[in-house]
Design a protein around this ligand. Structure first.
Ligand code: PLP
Length: 401
């Protein structure tokens, strides 16, 4: 399932013969080709959701392709600005924007915000007045369907992201003269792999959002549809077709009558460029199960434990042996440390390596690297067909006090 190029495979094989701790590698050549294709259209303005992978060289690759940057914390902002990306190209989303954080973002020159509460609107206006500036603000809307109606979102559980239409209607826009209310933001779905279903979901958002903007007396110039474009984690899944997505977005843009359509992409932009390489410590048979015990687990790759969905995996070396079903376990002393059940060659053992794919998004920085004091994973990039180490593996004494 991996799409490793031959030079990358050869260099990784050589590197693994010298290492005994897990590491991540990001194929920036593949990333660059992919993200340049995403920006080669004029239907949707693309922001990169930095939380998917904040590594500097990943940010630089997206910058080169013309992405802007969606940041949700001071740390992400610092990291983006450190790449010489202008603050005008930053969008601030996130449910916990305190007055102090808002001040910090204004001091740094950020002028575009997604407001998620009535307090955030007030604090943004106060800060803008103090800075004698005008901010571009999108209101984040969380839609619900009346009980009994067919709900396009499936479940109806509330999240802290944004507010319902009814709550936003309490707002009198003219009370906030330092804010330019330019549009609405909506994002209530995740990891969608069905282009037709996505199109239908977006389509059903248009009329409630237009109704809200009318009620608020706001011209809907910008519609931001968030992220949520999925990537295949299971062998039988197919990737989304970008041209089909763009056709659907063009139709939504026309129907909503907006000047600009925005999206913040995380997973769909970067997942496929990343791999996690993990040494096999041993194979054992336990009752009727074959278990592979690995040097790294959810301490480096937490997502399977929180979503129940494993990353795809292969053995790094070719093997003529038949496959068998293995349960993959990491080094943590908890049964939660499970990286899935996968078919892999029967002859795997100490000294072999597994390579997990789709690890460019929601990998290392989503994980819990401190638990049990194992090594932090190294991070490498593959650029112009060469491997470079960005950060070596570190022992626990690197951070323990
Ligand atoms: C996480 C996030 C995204 C990106 O989501 P993906 O599913 O990775 O594309 C986009 N927008 C916001 C506001 C987010 O919090």
């Amino acid at each position: 399932m991996t799409t490793l190029s031959t030079p990358l495979h050869e260099q990784l094989t050589a590197l693994c013969s010298d290492l005994d701790t897990p590491f991540f590698v990001y194929d920036l050549d593949a990333l660059s080709a992919h993200v340049s294709q995403l920006t080669a259209q004029n239907v949707v303005k693309l922001w990169y959701a930095v939380k998917a992978n904040p590594l500097s060289s990943v940010l630089n690759t997206l910058d080169d392709a013309g992405f802007n940057f969606d940041v949700a914390s001071r740390g992400e902002l610092t990291q983006v600005l450190a790449q010489d990306i202008a603050a005008e190209r930053v969008l601030n989303t996130g449910p916990a924007k305190s007055p102090a954080q808002i001040q910090h973002f204004l001091d740094a020159g950020v002028t575009t915000f997604v407001a998620e509460s009535l307090n955030q609107v007030r604090w943004l206006n106060d800060a803008a007045q103090q800075h004698q500036t005008t901010l571009t603000v999108l209101l984040r809307v969380q839609l619900r369907w009346p009980a009994g109606d067919k709900n396009p979102l499936g479940g109806d559980s509330l999240t802290p992201f944004g507010l319902g239409s009814e709550q936003w209607q309490q707002l009198t826009l003219s009370d906030y003269p330092a804010l330019d209310f330019a549009g609405l933001h909506i994002f209530q779905w995740g990891n969608m792999l069905d282009a037709a279903k996505l199109a239908s979901l977006w389509q059903q958002m248009v009329s409630p959002l237009k109704a809200l903007s009318n009620q608020l007396g706001m011209t809907l110039r910008i519609l931001d549809l968030g992220g949520g474009l999925g990537v295949p984690y299971e062998p039988e899944q197919q990737p989304l077709d970008w041209d089909q997505i763009i056709d659907s977005l063009a139709a939504i843009k026309a129907e909503a009558g907006v000047q600009e359509l925005w999206m913040e992409l995380g997973r769909y932009a970067v997942a496929h460029c990343g791999y996690y390489l993990n040494p096999v410590v041993e194979q054992k048979e336990n009752y009727d199960e074959h278990q592979l015990i690995l040097a790294g687990g959810i301490n480096h790759l937490l997502r399977p434990a929180v979503t129940g969905q494993a990353f795809p995996v292969q053995a790094l070396r070719a093997s003529a042996a038949a496959d068998r079903q293995y349960h993959l376990h990491g080094p943590l002393c908890t049964a939660l440390d499970h990286l899935g059940t996968h078919p892999l060659p029967e002859d795997l053992g100490y000294g072999d390596w597994l390579i997990f794919s789709q690890c460019g998004a929601y990998g290392f920085t989503e994980s819990m690297p401190y638990f049990l004091c194992h090594e932090l994973p190294a991070e490498y990039v593959f650029k112009q067909r060469q491997l470079y180490c960005i950060r070596q593996s570190e022992n626990a004494d690197y951070y323990l006090r």
